[in-house]
Write a protein that binds this ligand. Structure first.
Ligand code: FAD
Length: 424
């Protein structure tokens, strides 16, 4: 028997239910990744290439191989499945509209060719759709009740990596994408680096999370986002090892929360529940200044420059830059969400668009309470002005008491713009 495991956002060997099931069910297993040129992963290409190279190495270490193909994932998977006379195709179930379309087409293709098609958990801690509100409805719209039932929901067992993977010898391995190093060297892709980072985080840092996660200048969050995004880590395994991480585990729940919203609301990246008739401003200059980190509001600009420089932004900065674009500049949340999605290494449909809708108050949970005052936020979460100074060297000469509001300097600051909107 031969099973093809089509990989996507599950680039790992540990706690991989689809891969483990294939190894248990079949004599030969062909793990496959299809690079889809139609999907512009932009900044994420280098990270993806490194993750695939790492996965290939660990499969080889188990006697196996990672097959790589280029083209349409469904057509290529069916081609490989026929080539090795597979009995089945397995995938880790995912929720975006694109992933679901792919799953549907694979199911049809397999039925046509008389193969089995099976989906497995692994992308989230609790499978999206597993929890239904007792009062009716297909998903949870508000986080807190979801968190309550999520915390108590029984977990499946965390799986070891398969000891051996027997790859069909007639199948050509195919070539890896070239690893273009991202301009920012902060994150190296792959399960090996991910596990080292996870171990260190859980051993030395997670206990400080409740206290430190909002400190903009400190490096006090896990930075596991990109690894969870590509499935270099199993979120369930991370959770199971987070023994002292209550507040940290809550963040993993937010991730699951937005995945179950996306399952129920696949147009999360396009449609919103804005009151009819409410218009956004089509202010392209303002949107452009925001993207470049030139709004004239230091804490906003620091966040936007961090994104440009590192492909990552602190969560508190994501919230306040998003809120500034939508609430102060009146620009459509989708303009900002697209920009984030393109540049973030952890950019992911469910989490990115879900959070944007949450900040804009246009999603399921429309309470209009997320208007934040950037100056107050800056004083509170960057009390030394260290984060601002790190990303805005042009403010070097600005004294501490003016750092949050340089527009109060008698002559302004040369080389730094006045605020786009009144900050009074
Ligand atoms: P930690 O604070 O260490 O948290 C651990 C993990 O929990 C994260 O890696 C992430 O997987 C998950 N998590 C934490 N906060 C959230 C949250 N609010 N929603 C969903 N999951 C969360 N996160 C993404 O993974 N991808 C995105 O594209 C994304 N876009 C965002 C856009 C906006 C406007 C906002 C406000 C938040 C966004 N987030 C996104 C959530 C959050 O900012 C990041 O997950 C976090 O900053 C990543 O850093 P970390 O790994 O150090 O997180």
């Amino acid at each position: 028997e031969t099973v093809v495991v089509l990989l996507n956002r599950d680039l790992r060997v540990h706690d991989h239910p689809a891969l483990s099931a294939a190894c248990a069910d079949a004599r030969r297993v062909a793990p496959l990744f299809v690079v889809d040129p139609a999907l512009a992963v932009g900044h994420r290409t280098g990270f993806l290439a490194e993750s695939l190279a790492d996965l290939r190495e660990s499969l080889r270490g188990r006697g196996g191989e990672l097959a790589i193909r280029w083209g349409d994932p469904v057509a290529e998977t069916m081609r490989v499945a026929r080539e090795v006379s597979a009995q089945a195709v397995y995938v880790s179930e995912d929720v975006s509209a694109l992933a679901r379309r792919r799953q549907r087409l694979l199911a049809e293709g397999c039925e046509h060719d008389r193969m089995d098609f099976r989906t497995f958990p692994g992308v989230t801690v609790v499978p999206p759709g597993a929890l239904r509100p007792s009062g009716g409805g297909d998903h949870y719209r508000i986080f807190t009740p979801y968190w309550r039932v999520w915390s108590e929901h029984p977990r499946r067992a965390v799986l070891d990596a398969p000891a051996t993977v027997r790859f069909p010898e007639e199948l050509d391995a195919g070539s890896l994408p070239v690893s273009r190093r991202a301009p920012h060297g902060l994150f190296r892709g792959g399960e090996t680096v991910a596990r080292e980072r996870m171990d260190k985080w859980l051993k030395y840092c997670v206990e400080d999370y409740a206290q430190g996660h909002d400190d903009l200048a400190g490096n006090r969050t896990s930075k596991l986002g990109p690894y969870l995004r590509f499935g270099c880590l199993s979120p369930l395994e991370v959770e199971s090892l987070s023994v002292n991480g209550g507040d940290f585990v809550r963040q993993l729940c937010w991730r699951d929360f937005f995945h179950q919203v996306t399952l129920a609301f696949p147009r999360i990246n396009r449609d919103d529940y804005r009151p009819r008739g409410q218009q956004w401003l089509d202010d392209r200059d303002a949107a452009q200044a925001w993207k470049e980190g030139r709004t004239g509001v230091p804490i906003v600009d620091a966040g936007m420059r961090q994104l440009l420089a590192e492909g990552w932004m602190h969560n508190r900065a994501r919230m306040l830059t998003a809120s500034f674009l939508v609430r102060r500049l009146g620009v459509d949340w989708r303009v900002g969400a697209e920009h984030f999605y393109r540049l973030l290494l952890d950019g992911d449909v469910a989490d990115n668009y879900g959070n944007w809708q949450w900040v804009a108050g246009t999603g399921n949970d429309t309470r209009p309470n997320r208007i934040v005052n950037p100056v107050r936020q800056a004083r509170r979460f960057d009390p030394e002005g260290e984060y601002i100074r790190r990303y805005l060297p042009e403010l070097d000469a600005v004294p501490m008491k003016m750092i949050y509001e340089p527009w109060r300097m008698p002559k302004g600051v040369r080389g730094y713009p006045a605020p786009l909107v009144s900050m009074d």
